[in-house]
Design a protein around this ligand. Structure first.
Ligand code: BG6
Length: 469
């Protein structure tokens, strides 16, 4: 037994955001309209308008104005000692409608500037290629990922950004939380799929296109930038059986497979055998092209990135609710919940790392973990967010345990190191940041930034490479 919490020397520390939740500048410099831009109440809520209503408030349109303030924010990340910073490229800055032949140079230039600034400040940029930001035109015109044509549009987009940024970005991820296709097909797959008898057929067909597109991206990555890594990204908050009743145990297992199906294909290169029964029982017929299976087999991802926020439990016959952080089942009497009702389970992170590493033996990357809370400015004008420190501390200790268990973990990017718009609710009051942003849910505020107590704490943890945990 060792008491030292020191992480491996090459361990990457940082933070993660998504373009649509931070940048703002939604129609600047030739940017097109993305699915996130027509949503009120958070992209996960699915409350999407057909077109933008000028009389309504859309939180992503200004967000925290990272588009103009990124230099100031990067200086703060540097002060905390980040060695890596994860963000997404907003597809609609590069291809405003998604189906153009030529990219938008102003959009490309923005990310050149952003990555240069990160590199200048000692941070490795990590990119999510598609984080709930599909061009709206691809939904209206083509039906989103239900249409196979999106594979070509996405491949063109990948080709452009790989060629452009191959010397600046080493770590790439294709689709944010791609397994969310089951719960939030509009966000994850840009499809307007309602409940109905054909829902599963449509979800799996669109998912097949996403999986083929993922393999295409890996293939292009190998050709254009063989030194770099293309990984997949899933929402893998864990799921336990609620009791030891075999129905709960096997039910939880089957429910988990709904998610692991995606990483099974993207990391092992083929549809797992359990899908045969699912497809038969639900009468699902996937239309494939001749070379799809070969493409999937030859182009698997080199690492598995995932978000981890919570765990919940499965009780046979109980409805499962979906949240951005995972699935919410029956309540777990052993766990406390956050201000927003998310169960807090640090040991679950160790459990998930072990589960995934045992299954795939490929490097893992924790690219999202964090606490959304209602921060209050104290009388001294500061934010004393000890609850956030406690949350992260406990999770990092368990992550360290997982590494001791033998899991290969490349790094940890805390979700929302600066307050951003919530994907689940569209609110600003669900704050994750080490850095406070003065803005409320109606869009009022100066947008000034302020360090919270957790800012200084995280800095010390990074400085000591975990030893001070
Ligand atoms: C993840 C998403 O599921 O959860 C992020 O990738 C999101 O986009 C995060 O912000 C936290 O969820 P929320 O609803 O608290 O913003």
């Amino acid at each position: 037994m060792t008491n030292s919490r020191k992480f491996p020397n090459e361990f990457l520390w940082g933070g993660a955001i998504a373009a649509n939740q931070a940048e703002g500048g939604w129609d600047e410099d030739g940017k097109g309209v993305s699915i996130a831009d027509v949503v009120r109440g958070g992209i996960i809520s699915g409350k999407a308008d057909k077109v933008i209503d000028p009389n309504k408030y859309y939180a992503s349109h200004e967000a925290i104005d990272f588009y103009h303030r990124y230099k100031e924010d990067i200086a703060l990340f540097k002060e905390m000692g980040f060695s890596l910073f994860r963000t997404s490229i907003n597809w609609t800055r590069i291809f405003p409608n998604g189906d153009e032949e030529e990219p938008n140079e102003a959009g490309l230039q923005f990310y050149d500037n952003l990555f240069d600034e990160l590199i200048k400040n000692g941070m490795e940029p990590m990119v999510t290629i598609s984080h709930y930001e599909t061009p709206l035109h691809l939904v209206d015109q083509y039906g989103g990922w239900e249409n196979r044509k999106l594979i070509d549009f996405f491949s063109r987009y990948c080709e452009v950004i790989f060629n452009r940024y191959k010397d600046k970005v080493k770590y790439w991820m294709t689709f944010n939380e791609v397994n969310n296709m089951h719960k939030i097909p509009f966000a994850a797959g840009a499809c307007r799929i309602e409940e109905g008898p054909d829902k599963l057929q449509r979800v799996y067909q669109a998912s097949h296109h996403l999986l083929v597109a993922n393999a295409m991206a890996v293939k292009l990555g190998k050709e254009i930038m063989p030194e770099n890594e293309v990984g997949c990204m899933l929402s893998l908050s864990a799921f336990y059986p609620h009791t030891c009743h075999p129905d709960d145990v096997f039910g939880a297992y089957e429910f988990r497979r709904r998610s692991l199906f995606f990483s099974d294909v993207m990391l092992r290169g083929k549809y797992p055998s359990y899908t045969n029964r699912i497809f038969k029982e639900y009468n699902i017929h996937i239309v494939k092209e001749k070379y799809d299976d070969e493409l999937l087999k030859d182009n698997t991802c080199s690492f598995l990135a995932f978000s981890y926020y919570l765990t919940s439990t499965y009780k046979s016959g109980t409805p499962i609710f979906e949240s951005t952080g995972g699935s919410m089942g029956y309540e777990n009497p052993y766990l406390e919940v956050s201000d927003f009702g998310w169960p807090i389970d640090p040991k679950g992170l160790r459990y998930v790392c072990n589960e995934l590493y045992d299954r795939y033996e490929k490097p893992l990357f924790v690219v999202e973990n964090g606490l959304g809370a209602k921060d209050v400015i104290a009388e001294d004008g500061k934010i004393h967010d000890n609850y956030r420190i406690e949350y992260i501390k406990k999770h990092l200790i368990q992550l360290h345990e997982a590494i001791e268990d033998g899991c290969e973990v490349l790094g940890y990017t805390y979700w929302g190191p600066i307050d951003i718009v919530s994907a689940g609710t569209g609110q600003m009051q669900k704050r994750y940041g080490f850095i406070y942003v003065d803005k409320d849910d109606e869009g009022n505020g100066t947008l000034d930034r302020m360090r919270k107590d957790s800012f200084y704490w995280y800095k010390k943890i990074i400085e000591s490479n975990g030893e001070l945990l």
